[in-house]
Design a protein around this ligand. Structure first.
Ligand code: AMP
Ligand code: MN
Ligand code: MN
Ligand code: MN
Length: 283
């Protein structure tokens, strides 16, 4: 088992464990340091830190995962250690929350047009206070009996190549890097390659070239140890990290999604020394 997991989700976005439940699970798994990286929100961070302080055996790194679009593809940039009082970052989160609500409505309308009978109100209920995402729509599809588990909903209805797809992001990865640096966060490129169990997301084109451009803009890390990445994927990403002087990050990207084979917290991650390397890069 590993001590460090730098990519986790809670009910503040599309995870299904509350921040406290997530931290309890991580501590039980023997993790010592974890980053909560919910999509486009910092809402779960205070509760996660509070719970970690209560337990005493685990430390929480504040984090966020920003959804970006680039040449029609989706790229995610993590921010580790953002300031929790940066108005520009909060402004971005408020805007992203609104965009995601609008976009979810569009996706549900498009599903209804092809005869898939789920109600937007149901999806809103499922999301509760969370920043809404496609996994909430996936859950509505599971509950309505269209699919057995959320991943199947992505394969059949919610993937980016499906007719019901509607993009979410308004920000480019370069803008996300700027935004994160302005809030004193370390920008980290998330899941640069395809993962079998996590998603059918398309791989990033011209990865090495793009990473060099991101590095130039201020990228500090790249996910190398991620979910079910193979040794070959890890080796390739490690070379890219070394070539660009990026810190090797990663984690389970755990959502407690109910998908079969979901990587659990503590089963994958970078060595603990990389936590200290990250801290050394903080100004
Ligand atoms: P959204 O942020 O609304 O675009 O939804 C993306 C989220 O859906 C990701 O963060 C994952 O949690 C989940 N997801 C994306 N693709 C898949 C997939 N193929 N199978 C299962 N979950 C997925
Ligand atoms: Mn997610
Ligand atoms: Mn992601
Ligand atoms: Mn994630």
């Amino acid at each position: 088992m590993f001590d460090l997991d730098l990519h986790l989700h809670s009910t503040a976005s599309d995870g299904t464990l509350s921040p406290s439940q997530l931290i309890n699970k991580c501590a039980e798994s023997g993790l010592k340091v974890v980053a909560l990286t919910d999509h486009d929100t910092l809402d779960g961070i205070d509760e996660a830190i509070f719970q970690a302080n209560k337990l005493g055996s685990i430390e929480v790194i504040p984090g966020i995962e920003i959804s970006c679009s680039w040449n029609g593809a989706e790229i995610h940039i993590l921010g580790l250690f953002p300031s929790l009082s940066n108005s520009r970052l909060y402004g971005y989160c408020t805007k992203a929350r609104k965009n995601r609500l609008y976009r979810s409505k569009k996706i549900v309308e498009r599903l209804q047009q092809i005869g898939v009978e789920i109600e937007f109100e149901k999806v809103i209920d499922l999301a509760g206070d969370a920043v809404i995402g496609r996994p909430h729509i996936a859950k509505a599809l599971v509950d309505a009996g269209y699919v057995k588990y959320p991943k199947e909903a992505f394969d059949l209805y919610l993937g980016s190549s499906h007719v019901s797809y509607y993009p979410s992001s308004t920000i480019s990865p370069f803008e996300a890097i700027d935004l994160l640096l302005a809030s004193n966060a370390l920008p980290v490129l998330a899941h640069p390659m395809r993962s079998k169990v996590k998603s059918g997301r398309n791989p990033i084109k011209n990865l090495s070239k793009l990473v060099a451009e991101f590095r130039h803009r201020g990228l500090q890390g790249i996910e190398v140890y991620y979910a079910d990445y193979t040794d070959d994927q890890i080796d390739k990403l490690s070379v890219i990290a070394q070539d660009n002087d990026l810190i090797e990050c990663g984690g389970s990207d755990f959502h407690n999604s109910g998908n079969p084979g979901e990587p659990q917290p503590g089963t994958v991650g970078p060595p603990m020394e990389n936590f200290h390397k990250l801290k050394d890069r903080l100004q």
